[in-house]
Design a protein. Structure first.
Length: 446
């Protein structure tokens, strides 16, 4: 049986239905490039089994962890809203200087407050171990870092929270000059990761260690070969051939060029090739042969509209899920009070001098919540754009329940400013059938 569903604003729409079964092809191994000039040839990696949407949902946060009255109010509001949206994990800096301001002077009250508060909302925490400490780095130069001292700090956190924490990410965007000063140092990062991993596992054998989330690299010398986007990993592996033995999860931050392009776009700019989000994920899977997590993903609503930000959020999570990413963490909860792109990534806006419960809630938050409410227990099974006879710039993904029964289809257009009405013919059974947009507003079904 077939029905015609009319979707308004296709660029941002989610189509959900009770679907009848059709025969679907198997997802084959990801094709490998055989022209790589990096260390070792690329070997095909079997397609990762997609996770249920709820298993992915996370947010990279800057949640206050003090016990002050104002901090408690903001923290509880944030964590409550994230729990409502189905978020099961957050990532937060356990900055070295905040945890150990002087050698062997550990301040664990703040981290414990955060961990316990998050747990009360059924949210896990990734401890992000990062940044130089004034007494362990010369003049703030990361490459002078005392590796043994950093490992002691990492091990102390793992020992303190062995019963509460599982995941530890070692540094943030160590392949950028912003977070590793004064210049990138893959040899030193390899030393740091190995020492931290050894200390963390020594304190908690059940822990999982993440390779520090990499930002996309646009070094011209690495192009046109697109795998250079995560080329820092190869540089670390060049100096430390055994580095794969010292992390469990490969973390990436697949921000698009200038943080404004759609997640599906491939953008050639002069000598730079900007892969799509899907390509960036597959390159990461090919490299480390480890589970891939996205510990930061986001688009700012400064030059993009808030509705476009929300659409990109929904599409980014669906694409990442389809390509086997195990966790995806949106960056971030709150907008800042400034007027830069960095201040507009949030799920919530900011109005100065007002309490959290009157702060604006952006469409991106409702899009995140819609993923939970409409697709939470389902997993993407197949891209069905062709079988639904969509245009080349339109996408459709079939979602199944745990038993392999088709339950939903997500449909959108990747064309910018595409607000057409479109007819989409969806196979479905005699059961209930409903159509919603990405904010869970019902759409007309004819």
């Amino acid at each position: 049986m077939k029905a015609d569903a009319m979707l308004a604003c296709l660029a941002a729409a989610l189509l959900l239905c009770g679907c009848g079964g059709e025969e679907r092809g198997d997802r084959s191994a990801v094709p490998a490039d055989d022209d790589s000039d990096f260390a070792g040839a690329f070997v095909p990696v079997p397609a990762a089994e997609p996770s249920a949407m709820d298993d992915l949902l996370g947010v990279s946060v800057h949640t206050c962890w003090s016990q002050s009255e104002g901090c408690v109010e903001w923290r509880e509001f944030e964590l409550s809203k994230l729990e409502e949206a189905g978020v099961g994990i957050v990532r937060r800096d356990f900055t070295w200087s905040a945890v150990e301001p002087q050698p062997d002077d550990y301040r664990m009250d703040g981290p414990r407050t955060l961990i316990e508060s998050a747990a009360s909302h059924n949210i896990e925490v990734i401890a992000l171990l990062d940044y130089c400490n004034s007494w362990a780095c010369e003049n703030g130069a990361t490459s002078t870092i005392d590796v043994d001292a950093f490992a002691e700090y990492a091990g102390a956190i793992a020992a303190e929270f062995a019963d509460e924490l599982t995941y530890y990410e070692v540094w943030n965007e160590e392949n950028t000059g912003r977070f590793w000063k004064p210049a990138l140092d893959p040899y030193k990062y390899g030393e740091l990761l190995k020492a931290a991993y050894t200390a963390i596992r020594g304190a908690d054998a059940d822990s999982q260690v993440l390779f520090g989330g990499l930002a996309p690299s646009y070094e011209l010398s690495m192009f046109p070969h697109p795998h250079g986007i995560w080329g820092f990993y190869y540089k670390v592996k060049y100096y430390h051939p055994d580095i794969d033995d010292y992390f469990d999860i490969f973390a990436i931050h697949p921000y698009v060029l200038a943080q404004h392009g759609a997640p599906e776009w491939e953008i050639p700019v002069l000598e730079i090739f900007q892969p799509s989000l899907e390509q960036m994920v597959e390159y990461a899977r090919q490299m480390a042969k480890k589970p891939v997590w996205i510990t930061e993903m986001g688009w700012p609503s400064l030059y993009l509209s808030e509705d476009t930000q929300a659409a990109y959020l929904a599409r980014g999570f669906i694409l990442a899920a389809y390509h086997g990413v195990r966790r995806v963490l949106w960056y971030t909860s709150w907008d800042g009070l400034g007027d830069t792109t960095e201040d507009r990534f949030g799920l919530f806006g900011r109005v100065p001098n007002e309490p959290p419960d009157v702060q604006p809630i952006k469409p991106a938050y409702y899009a995140l919540k819609a993923l939970h409410e409409l697709l939470g227990e389902l997993r993407p099974a197949e891209e069905v754009s062709s079988s639904l006879a969509l245009y080349p710039w339109e996408r459709a993904y079939l979602f199944e329940d745990e038993g392999g029964e088709p339950r939903a289809v997500a449909v959108w257009s990747i064309a910018p400013n595409d607000a057409r009405d479109a007819v989409v013919r969806i196979p479905y059974s005699d059961g209930p059938f409903a159509v919603y947009d990405m904010l869970v507003s019902p759409l007309t079904v004819d």
